[in-house]
Each structure stands twice: as C-alpha cells, then as structure tokens.
Design a protein around this ligand. Sequence first.
Ligand SMILES: [Fe+2]
Length: 477
Amino acid sequence: MLVKLLLLPFVLLSCATNGNAGVTSAFIRTEWPSVDIPLDNEVFAVPKGHNAPQQVHITQGDYDGKAVIISWVTPDEPGSNKVRYGLSEGKLDLTAEGTVHNYTFYNYKSGHIHRCLIDNLQYDTKYYYEIGDGDSSRRFWFRTPLPIDPDAPQKFGIIGDLGQTYNSLSTLEHCSQTGAETILFVGDLSYADRYSYNDVGIRWDSWGRFAERSAAYQPWLWSAGNHEIEYFPYMGEVIPFRNYLQRYPTPYLASKSSSPLWYSVRRASAHIIVLSSYSPFVKYTPQWEWLREEFTRVDREKTPWLIVLMHAPIYNSNDAHFMEGESMRVVFESWFCHYKVDIIFAGHVHAYERSYRISNIKYNASSGSSNPVPDKSAPVYVTVGDGGNQEGLAQRFRDPQPDFSAFREASYGHSTLEIKNRTHAIYHWNRNDDGKRIPTDSFVLLNQYWGLNRRRRKLKKNHLHSVLSDISESLVV
Ligand SMILES: [Fe+2]
C-alpha cells in the first residue's frame, strides 16, 4: 500500500496539464568523442563466408502485425532470394521468395538488396528465419505481436538521430537491455550524408551492419529525417531520400498511403502514424489528404493508443533547430488535439525534452494570444533526438524554460513506452550515463481516449489496481 501511495504522484503527473515549473536537468556527462567508429572496428564486421547476407533488418509488413518485411544485402552476387522460416530452429519448413535490386549513387555501386515479405503469420509467436546460401547462410528470429486488442501489452523502444559513434552503440545496447519488442525510429539513421562521393554509400552499408544487432530481431518502424534527404548537386545526386528508400522499405500500401515516407500500422493496442517532416504536408498535398483519412480510420475501441512519429519536433525549447517544426504544427496540431493523440515522438534536436499537454490552436480567438496554453486534449510531445550521432549534443536550451516544457536534458539516451492495457502506459527516458542506462524521466501515461471520465467509469475497478502493482516493479529499473 505504501508503494502505491508513493506512486500516486506519478499517476497524477500524466493528468496534469500544466502549472508545474519545468525542470532543466543540470546533469553533465563526460562525453565520448562524437566521431564515427572506424570502419575496421568489429561493430561493422562483415559476416564470414562468400556472399554472406549482411545489413539484415525487419519491419512490420502489413497493417495489423501478421506480416514482416525482411531486408538484407549480399555483396558479391544476388544469391538466393528465399527466406526459410518456421516455429523452431530445427524446422524451417516454410519458404517465401523476395525481390532483389541494386542501384548506384555517384560512382558507388550498392550490393544486392533483397526484400522479402512473409505474411499470414500467427500472432504472439516466435519465428526463426534463415537467409543466404550453404555455408554462408545466417539465422535470426523475431516475435510477432499480440492480436489487435485494446488491452494487448506492447513495449516500444524509441530512438532518434542514431548515427554510428560509440554513443550510438551505447544507445543501441541500452535499448536492447530494456526488452523493447518494437523500435519506433524517429529519423536520421546513418549520417552518411556527412561524407562525400563514394563514402556516402559505404557509410550506409556500415550503418546497416551496425544496426543489424537489433534490427534483425526487433521490427523497426522507420521515419525519415533531414539526413535522409541527401541532396548533392555537386555529385549529380538530386533526388531526395534515394539511399534511404532503396534500403528501408515500409508497409505504406497497407495503410493506403501513396508514399513510403508516410504511413501507419496497428500493433497490439497501438495505432502508430508516421509522418514525413520533409515531404509536402500543407493542405491538399498527398500527405495532408492521407492523414485526414487515416485519422478517421483510427478505432480507439480496438487500438486505444494513438502515437505519432515525426522528425522535426513541434514543441522544443533548444536553440538548435528552434521553430523548425512550426510549419507542421500550424497544419496538423488541431487534428492532434481533435483526435486526442496520446503522445508524439520526434528527433532532430540532439537533446531530450518532454512537454506538458499544451496546444496553440486558438490563434484566431478573441484574446489574440499565440502562446501555447494547457489543453487536456493535446498530446505529450517528446523529443528524443539524442541517439548519439557524430554531430554531438545540442547543449544550449533557451532561457527561461518555457511554460510548455516539463523536463529537458542535453545528454544521450532513448525512451521506452510500455503499454500495460487500454488505460495505462509506463514511460521512461533512459540516459546513457558513461556506459550505464539510467532511467531519468519517468511517468505513467493515461490513455487519452479512456481517460475520459464517462468511459473510465465503465471499466472494472480492478483495472487500475492491477496496473499499479506492476508499476512498482517498473520504477525499480
Ligand atoms: Fe535531423
């Protein structure tokens, strides 16, 4: 009982709209150098064997979580297109056949890029899969989520702006330790665009081998950042997102999107919408039209958790990239409030920040105010662009801390969101503290749909109690 009483402030925190002074953490960690790990380091090791598959990664392959897209690269020749998979390591009795392609970027020639959809999977099941030929074949596994159900639990890891430095490696390792089942990636993958000419493609390859330690096992839901644009007139490469789109497929057709850059999936009890900060989104553009329709397809009775991913944050008080998300805020914020989005994750700014529930959609009201105000319908905005890339941290926050800002800290890390049931999720931001993972900003997120009093009264009384007993364990991470 004492533990539950101690936890009450955490529960209430998620209900608080504003009124508490925000916290600017004074924590300063000794930084490892913000430099990319050398290519001959073992984290980029090429797997042994002739033409062995490398850069293996998976993502959800359909709308509801019964399919997976598996991608990999073979360096020397196309090799087999097949994925052999099954329910036990000794019995890979199912086969799916994918496609293979390659491309050039300046004078760089990519390896043979395979992608294979495996569908009609069973929910809540561990699958083993094997790719490649003969002695060079490699084996991995993944788990499918629970069926779509309002109380289906799911643990998400949220990573942004990762890059390929020693800090990036720390973030990846820490995220793996949390047991996150699915990674929500908020853009800026490899930072290969910091290189020139053929080194751009080479650093996309090294990042693929680097991320494989997680992305071959946990599905990553991708969103694109500014470092994916790669507009390089000096080398004749001017088509945006080329390397990214060639390598990282998304299940966009399943959500009726016309572009892999914006799409949505449903997973367990969550509906996740991915937006592109660097594609047209103003009124009447394809992204705007798609999002307008997609919000009407969200069924909170089936998937009560509504999560949005984007790259450029809408609310952030760091000097770096200040106001860069403002144009998207003007276009989409009223929808975020109307549809009661639970939480929005963004990256881009290389520091951590969380907002209160606030909005700025009454610009034309008689007050004439254009400042954010407390708004119970608004999402919580989280910036988690602190994965650890070579550009280093964004150390300068604006002073004083704005009223909308609840917590901010300029150090590396990642977030987790553990959905417990239809009403409660437990959130942590985990700081990389010189090799250790330190949960630093933690709270319980109350669902925006079920948070409404008249709906909550319909729930069984023991709903809340069962969750609270779990929370005590999670705070002792
Ligand atoms: Fe960025």
